[in-house]
Design a protein around this ligand. Structure first.
Ligand code: GTP
Ligand code: MG
Length: 555
C-alpha cells in the first residue's frame, strides 16, 4: 500500500513512501523516537503547491501499457514521479520535473470533437489517454499498481486490531490505515491547484491553498478538502508603495463590507467551476453562512471540496495543529483513535448539527495532552513565548503568534504509553466538570466558563469565541456517557481471556457500538447525569447502533 513509482534511468524500482500526514516519515514511530519531520508548515505548503503546479491528471483505459504512457509523456519532459489510482476508471497522476513540460503537453493534445456534446474550450491539466489500437497493445501490458484512496471498512479494521499485541500497537495500526497517504496528499494539492487555474482567470495573483485536516496532520482518507482563495500580493504591494516619495495605488471596486466582496468573488468562481470546470459537479454556493463558501465535488480527484476566501485564523489553527501533530508520534495516534471512536458511536457526524465536530474533538485531545504530568505538548502561550520576529502574526487585533520552527520546542519528558493515554483520556473527560469549567488551550488550564454553553472550548486565537457553541446538552451527555463506558471497558478488561475467546479487546472493543444489550450498563455509567436527557439519549443510542458502523466508513 501507499506506493509511488519513481521512474529513473534503467530503474523499475518502487519507492515505498510512508503513509504519513505531511512529509515522508516512518508510518508508526515509537514514543520517544526522534521525528524526521522537521519542516515548517510554510515549507511543506510551498513545496506541495509547487509540486502540484508541475502535475497533471490523465484518465487512462483500464488496460494500459504503463511504459508506453511514460514514453509518450517523456517526449514533453522528465516525469519525476507518477502513480495510478481508481476513481470512475483508472487515472494517472503525473508529476513533471519542470512546469514547462505541461505547456508542451497542452500544445500537443487534441480537443474533443463536438459530435454529441459541445465543449467549453477551457484547457485544463486534466486529460484523457486512449489507445488507437487497443488489441495489439494489450500484449505487453503488466498489471498496474493502484494506490488506494480510501481506508478499509471499520469491520476489517477491528479484525486487524484483534491481532495486535498491545493497545498502543492497535492505535498505530489504526493510524496507519486511516491517515492520508503520500499519494492522497498529492491529489489534494492538485485539486487546489486546478481550482487555482480558474481563479487566476480573474485574479492572476491568487492562489488556492488547502487548510484544515488536509494539512494539519490529522486528515483521514475520505475527509473533505478545505481550500481557500488567497490574494497574497495585496499586502506586499501596499508596503512597497509606501517607501517612495509618491503614492500610487490600484483603482479597485469598493464595497461596503469585506463579507460582500467575499460573497461576490465566491459567487463568480463558483459559477465558473460549475459552467466550465471539467468534472466539477454539484456546485453549491453557500454564501450566507458565517463563513461563506462554495461546496462542490471534484470528480477527477474524487474529493468533496469546500472553497472559501482566505481566513487567516483558520490557517493559524491548521498550523497550530500541524505543530502539535509533528511534536510527538503519540499525538496523532491518539487523535485518530478518538476520532474513529467518536464516529462509530455517533458522537460526530459529517452533517452539521448539535454534535461535537472533529475540530473540537481534536482540540479536546490537545488539551488533555497539555494536562498530562509532565505535559506531552506545550500550551499555546508557551509556543508564543518561543516565537521569533518572523512568527509575529496579529490578525484582527488578536495576537496569533507562535513558534514555527519545530526544533525550538523541547521534546517532552513524558513517557506514558498510548495504552495509558487512551484510558486516561476517557477517565479525564468522563469526570470533567463541564458545568463549571471550560477548555483553554492557550493556558493549558481548566478555567471557569464565561457563559453557559454546555461545552465551552476557547477559540485559541479569538479569545471571546467558543468553537463548540453548537453542542447541546444531550450531545455532551452522550459524549460523557460513552467516555465513562469506554474507560470502564478498558479497566475491567482481561486481554488474555478475550483473545482466547476470540472476543474483540482493547481499542477493537471500543469500536463496536455499545449496543442495546448494554443499555442497562449504560444507565449505571450515566449516574449523575441529568435524568431528563437519559431517555432521549438511550433512544438515540438505539437508533445509532444500526447505522453507525456503516456510517463510520463515511467522513
Ligand atoms: P475533517 O474534515 O473532519 O477531517 O476535519 P477538519 O479539521 O478539516 O474540519 P472541517 O472540514 O469541519 O473544518 C476545516 C477547518 O475549519 C478546521 O480545521 C478549522 O480550522 C476550521 N473550523 C472548523 N470548524 C470550526 C469552528 O467551529 N470554529 C473555528 N474557529 N474554526 C473552525
Ligand atoms: Mg475538513
Amino acid at each position: 500500500r501507499g506506493r509511488l513509482r519513481l521512474p529513473g534511468p534503467g530503474s523499475r524500482g518502487h519507492a515505498r513512501l510512508g503513509r504519513s500526514g505531511a512529509a515522508a516519515q516512518p508510518a508508526a514511530e515509537e514514543p520517544g523516537e526522534v521525528s524526521t519531520r522537521k519542516k515548517t508548515f510554510a515549507e511543506v505548503q510551498a513545496e506541495r503547491l509547487d509540486q502540484a503546479e508541475r502535475t497533471v491528471l490523465i484518465k487512462c483505459p483500464s488496460r494500459l501499457n504503463e511504459k508506453k504512457l511514460l514514453q509518450y509523456l517523456s517526449s514533453h519532459g522528465n516525469v519525476k514521479s507518477h502513480f495510478f489510482f481508481e476513481n470512475r476508471g483508472i487515472s494517472a497522476l503525473i508529476e513533471f520535473s519542470e512546469k514547462s513540460s505541461i505547456a508542451s503537453l497542452q500544445d500537443a493534445v487534441g480537443i474533443p470533437s463536438a459530435s454529441e456534446h459541445h465543449v467549453v474550450p477551457f484547457k485544463s491539466r486534466l486529460f484523457t489517454f486512449t489507445l488507437k489500437n487497443p488489441v495489439s497493445q494489450h500484449l505487453e501490458e503488466t498489471p498496474l499498481h493502484l494506490s488506494p484512496q480510501s481506508h478499509i471498512p471499520v469491520k476489517n479494521l477491528i479484525e486487524k486490531l484483534c491481532l495486535a499485541d498491545s493497545i498502543s500497537s492497535q492505535m498505530y495500526i489504526l493510524l496507519d490505515e486511516y491517515q492520508l497517504t503520500e499519494e492522497n496528499i498529492r491529489l489534494r494539492f492538485l485539486a487546489c491547484s486546478l481550482v487555482r487555474d480558474f481563479a487566476r482567470a480573474y485574479f492572476p495573483d491568487s492562489t488556492v491553498k488547502p487548510f484544515g485536516s488536509s494539512v494539519n496532520t490529522f486528515g483521514k482518507l475520505g475527509s473533505d478538502v478545505d481550500m481557500f482563495l488567497d490574494f497574497r500580493d495585496t499586502g506586499k504591494h501596499a508596503t512597497k508603495m509606501k517607501k517612495g516619495p509618491f503614492e500610487m495605488e490600484y483603482q479597485m471596486k469598493r464595497l461596503p463590507s469585506e463579507r460582500l466582496a467575499t460573497q461576490r468573488i465566491l459567487s463568480v468562481i463558483g459559477d465558473c467551476l460549475d459552467n466550465f470546470g471539467p468534472g466539477c459537479a454539484n456546485v453549491q454556493k453557500i454564501l450566507n453562512a458565517r463563513c461563506p463558501l462554495v461546496k462542490f465535488s471534484h470528480q477527477p480527484t474524487g474529493f468533496q471540496c469546500d472553497l472559501s476566501v482566505s481566513n487567516s485564523i483558520a490557517i493559524r489553527s491548521s498550523e497550530l495543529l500541524y505543530i502539535y501533530g509533528c511534536l510527538d508520534s503519540r499525538v496523532r495516534a491518539l487523535v485518530f483513535s478518538i476520532r474513529c471512536w467518536a464516529r462509530v458511536h455517533g458522537l460526530t457526524n459529517s452533517a452539521p448539527g448539535t454534535w461535537i465536530t472533529n475540530f473540537s474533538l481534536t482540540m479536546m485531545v490537545m488539551f488533555f495532552l497539555q494536562r498530562r504530568s509532565p505535559p506531552i505538548i506545550p500550551t499555546l502561550d508557551q509556543l508564543k513565548e518561543l516565537a521569533g520576529e518572523k512568527d509575529k502574526h496579529i490578525i484582527g487585533g488578536y495576537d496569533c503568534s507562535f513558534v514555527s520552527d519545530l526544533r525550538k520546542i523541547k521534546p517532552t519528558k513524558n513517557a506514558e504509553t498510548l495504552d495509558v493515554l487512551l484510558s486516561e483520556f476517557f477517565e479525564y473527560f468522563g469526570n470533567f466538570d463541564f458545568r463549571k469549567n471550560s477548555i483553554n488551550l492557550r493556558k493549558g488550564k481548566e478555567v471557569n466558563k464565561p457563559e453557559s454553553s454546555p461545552l465551552y472550548i476557547w477559540n485559541p486565537f479569538e479569545q471571546d469565541l467558543n468553537i463548540s457553541k453548537n453542542v447541546n446538552q444531550p450531545q455532551l451527555e452522550k459524549f460523557i456517557a460513552m467516555a465513562r463506558e469506554s474507560a470502564w471497558i478498558l479497566q475491567k478488561e482481561d486481554k488474555t481471556q478475550q483473545m482466547i475467546n476470540k472476543e474483540p479487546w482493547g481499542l477493537a472493543a471500543l469500536l463496536i457500538p455499545f449496543g442495546k444489550n448494554n443499555s442497562s450498563k449504560m444507565k449505571n455509567r450515566m449516574k449523575g447525569i441529568g435524568s431528563e436527557t437519559i431517555r432521549s439519549l438511550l433512544d438515540s443510542l438505539k437508533l445509532n447502533n444500526a447505522s453507525s458502523q456503516q456510517k463510520a466508513v463515511g467522513k
